[in-house]
Design a protein around this ligand. Structure first.
Ligand SMILES: *Cc1c(COP(=O)(O)O)cnc(C)c1O
Length: 392
């Protein structure tokens, strides 16, 4: 393909020309069922009329002024996000990495204000938090960090889903100011922790007066069957980062904070030129309005259960399928062997999927997916997996 784009991505040999709902069409007008949503971004599907209309209207009113001035739609969006999440305040930015950067800066400043001069944040093995220097340093994947030393200091890494390891770290270090964790690890292989993992982290954070910071960039905005994944539990984090599906494809990120954590980032200590501009906020408001108006999130649990029940039924006798796990429409099918080639064979059969952590097929279909489309995914993916594992 083009030679003037830096080769930072291993791209599949396909270019999409247009989309509608859960469908995409390539340049030769071949149709594909999108079971990935641009990696949990287009939760309302492609070319959603409400998002389309919001962007068109707002671009004819005002796209950008500056955070030097008041921005009415930004205030509206912050109100809606706080109302839906139980958080108190929002900082707007343009991506997931930036939302986590804000969270990391917030945690450090929280520490400094309490006399901790070398504040440290507990992070997890197999985590993914982004590609900026601080967020790649927080990320638990050597490939992401390879070649970028010296890394940003101040992260203490423990295994995911291991409460004892956190307790040990807290005993060994008196400089810890926060725990940063994904409610379900996405890039790390769709890893779903024990049901008491987040509640226990909440308890430990309370005991030690440190911040519970949840990276909900992939799990948020209805993906798991709640607006935010922590809402499966009876708890609130102190900090929560959002991005991906918040704008259904229009770049926007947000760092939400609550209580003492909401008072840390004050005038002049953090900022963004584009963050929270009228266009992006209007798109995000349209996303939230649509989720509410169509009661979409309430449909996610049944859809995810149906998709996984279908796959389980078809694949139950396949010895190479280790586990099919999901929460809502965040789905992982773990095989016993590396299966990245399945992405290409699925593409050739008109289905868009992804493989993470080498052996786990990841499905993140749009929340608007219907029964027939779910059946289509079950039918074609189970055949593809059977064919693939027969050759192993
Ligand atoms: C995608 C993702 C990020 C990074 O978001 P960008 O918008 O690519 O910077 C961070 N954390 C998680 C959990 C993600 O899934």
């Amino acid at each position: 393909m083009t030679t003037h784009i830096m080769p930072t991505y291993q791209r599949l040999p396909i270019t999409f020309a247009r989309g509608e709902g859960a469908w995409l069409w390539d340049e030769n007008n071949n149709r594909y069922l999108d079971a990935l949503s641009g990696i949990a971004v287009c939760n309302l599907g492609h070319a959603h009329p409400a998002v389309h209309q919001a962007i068109c209207e707002q671009s004819g009113i005002l796209i950008h002024t500056s955070n030097i001035y008041g921005i009415a739609v930004q205030e509206q969006l912050a109100d809606r996000l706080c109302e839906k999440s139980g958080m108190d305040k929002v900082f707007f930015c343009n991506s997931g990495a930036e939302a986590n950067e804000a969270a990391i800066k917030l945690a450090r400043k929280y520490g400094h204000e309490r006399g901790i001069h070398q504040p440290a944040i507990i992070v997890m093995e197999k985590s993914f938090h982004g590609r900026t220097l601080a967020t790649l340093s927080a990320t638990g994947n050597a490939k992401v960090q390879q070649g970028f030393a010296p890394l940003v200091d101040g992260f203490i890494r423990v295994p995911y889903n291991d409460i004892e390891a956190i307790a040990t770290a807290l005993k060994q270090h008196d400089s810890i100011v926060a725990i940063l964790v994904e409610p379900i690890q996405g890039e790390g292989g769709v890893n779903i922790p024990a049901p008491d993992y987040l509640p226990k982290i909440r308890q430990m954070c309370d005991q030690h007066q440190i911040l519970m910071m949840l990276d909900e960039i992939q799990t948020g905005i209805g993906r798991t069957g709640r607006f935010l994944a922590f809402q499966h539990h009876n708890l609130l984090p102190d900090v929560c980062s959002l991005a991906k599906a918040l704008g259904n494809g229009v770049p926007i990120g947000a760092c939400l904070a609550r209580g003492k954590a909401a008072e840390v980032l004050t005038a002049g200590v953090h900022g963004s030129t584009f963050g929270g501009n009228p266009l992006a906020c209007r798109a995000a408001l349209a996303v939230l309005d649509t989720l509410d108006a169509e009661n979409l999130i309430e449909t996610v649990t049944a859809k995810g259960d149906a998709l996984c029940a279908g796959l389980t039924e078809r694949l139950q006798h396949n010895k190479h399928v280790i586990e099919i796990r999901h929460l809502g429409l965040m789905i992982g099918v773990e095989l016993d062997s590396p299966c990245a080639e399945l992405v290409k064979s699925a593409l050739a059969h008109g289905l868009l999927i992804n493989v993470t952590n080498e052996k786990t097929i990841r499905l993140l279909p749009p929340l608007i997916i219907d029964e027939q489309q779910i059946q289509h995914i079950v039918d074609s993916l189970s055949v593809l997996i059977q064919d693939f594992t027969e050759q192993l």
